[in-house]
Write a protein that binds this ligand. Structure first.
Ligand SMILES: [Zn+2]
Length: 423
């Protein structure tokens, strides 16, 4: 274990340089820029050291085009004898920069032990840590058993269909035994899974008429107002009262939640170059997008039935009320068992590197584990990686160098545990 830890410490400068190189490739999603560049960069590095690399384009997936192709990289190293396959999966895409930065978002400046940049924490720091962990492990145990895979995948930030979902559909996880996703959950936390998601669009329908004679029409916005009032009166209190046994962080997400992601009704907003007044009409359509996050203890059919029942209560009180409910997206909750091999091994490694017990958490939102679970049919999967989750998608996002070093040691120890016969 000391030799392995030393091998990571010896690579500290390499870890910094690798993280900086990755941040400096602005893999913005949407629309999906520089995916090939980052995959080719990683391919060059990994194949120099004898890893077999596959560049895979997720042709035909949402967003894929010749201008913005969805490229993924899978690097593989087989050991000296049979054994388990350990797969590290990181997404290589980053979200938009946004406002409020005091550093260059793609400059990867190193200041006081922190590397700044979009994607530093979510999750190029985790990707770099897993690569350094694997390289240090291979140098220390060149005759290891089994195999190691490192994937850098597209589009996690937009659902993962051009990334992990595509790979899973094409059998990439069929031979894999353990998956670690180095998302920024913090170096002493093991993330077991995530809550469920249901997105839906609710449209209330009325009849257009002149705004000066609204009694001749039927206002869809007023119908929506009644829907929202009913949500305030009955749905949000009901959801707040539902609590899960899942160790979700932050604490507020231990209840069921529902967000209104958008509302649109009546005349469309005009372009900035239109300087005239709007026309007076009674709105005949109003739409909201609801974002319902649900718990292990809840059933998706019941979650949907709560909303349908609410709409029917409104309908009973408003004779002309009509609505449509459209499903947009759904993912059931996923939680790996605490006794799963990858969980136990990672918990032991955290104890050995950091000197205290691992914390077990569940993510309020989903990430690529959903595809590994549902499409890849592999339950033995966790998220574990350096970084502070709250910094993800924020201005002045950063990753701590020491956190990356520590979590690389944990990952390397996991490999040692799973792929060598010690003693
Ligand atoms: Zn992420």
């Amino acid at each position: 274990m000391t030799r392995l830890k030393d091998a990571i410490d010896d690579r500290r400068e390499q870890l910094i340089a690798l993280t900086q190189d990755l941040i400096r490739i602005p893999t913005l999603n949407p629309p999906g820029r520089h995916y090939l560049d980052i995959c080719e960069y990683l391919q060059a590095r990994m194949s120099r050291q004898g890893w077999k690399c596959d560049l895979i384009r997720a042709t035909g997936t949402p967003g894929d085009s010749d201008r913005y192709p969805r490229w993924n990289l899978v690097a593989r190293r087989a050991g000296a004898r049979r054994g388990d396959c350990v797969h590290f999966n990181s997404h290589h895409d980053v979200v938009e920069v946004g406002h409020g930065w005091s550093r260059d978002p793609f400059g990867a400046e190193l200041v006081d032990g922190r590397i700044y940049g979009r994607g530093s924490c979510d999750m190029k720091g985790g990707l770099a840590a897993s690569i350094i962990a694997a390289e240090a492990f291979v140098a220390t145990w060149p005759d290891h058993a089994g195999s190691i895979e490192i994937s850098a995948t597209a589009d996690e930030e937009s659902g993962g269909y051009g990334g992990v979902a595509y790979l899973a559909e094409h059998g990439a996880f069929a031979h894999v035994d353990h998956v670690i996703i180095p998302e920024p959950l913090h170096k002493d936390r093991i993330c077991l899974g995530h809550r469920g998601v249901w997105w839906a669009e609710i449209e209330t329908q009325g009849r257009i008429a002149h705004g000066s004679m609204p009694f001749l029409g039927d206002c869809a916005v007023r119908h929506m107002g009644a829907v929202l009032a009913e949500m305030e009166a009955s749905l949000w209190p009901l959801l707040a009262g539902k609590r899960t046994e899942m160790p979700v962080i932050p604490e507020g997400a231990r209840s069921s939640t529902l967000n209104i992601n958008a509302i649109h009704g009546g005349a469309a907003e005009h372009d900035a170059d239109y300087t005239g007044l709007p026309a007076p009409c009674v709105p005949d359509r109003c739409r909201i997008v609801i974002d319902r996050r649900f718990l292990m203890e809840e059933d998706l059919a019941e979650v949907k039935a709560e909303v349908t029942a609410l709409l029917d209560r409104v309908k009973a009180q408003r004779p002309s009320f009509r609505y449509e409910l459209r499903d947009l997206f759904e993912v059931v909750p996923s939680m790996t068992d605490r006794d799963a091999p990858v969980v136990r091994t990672t918990a032991q490694a955290i104890q050995r590197v950091l000197g205290h017990e691992a914390a077990y958490v569940v993510s309020p939102g989903t990430y690529d584990q959903k595809h590994i679970d549902r499409i890849g049919k592999l339950k033995n999967c966790i998220a574990y990686g350096p970084g502070i989750l709250d910094l993800a998608h924020q201005p002045d996002e950063w990753i701590g160098v020491q956190d990356m070093v520590d979590s690389a040691k944990v990952m390397a120890l996991v490999l040692e545990d799973l792929l060598t016969l010690k003693g």
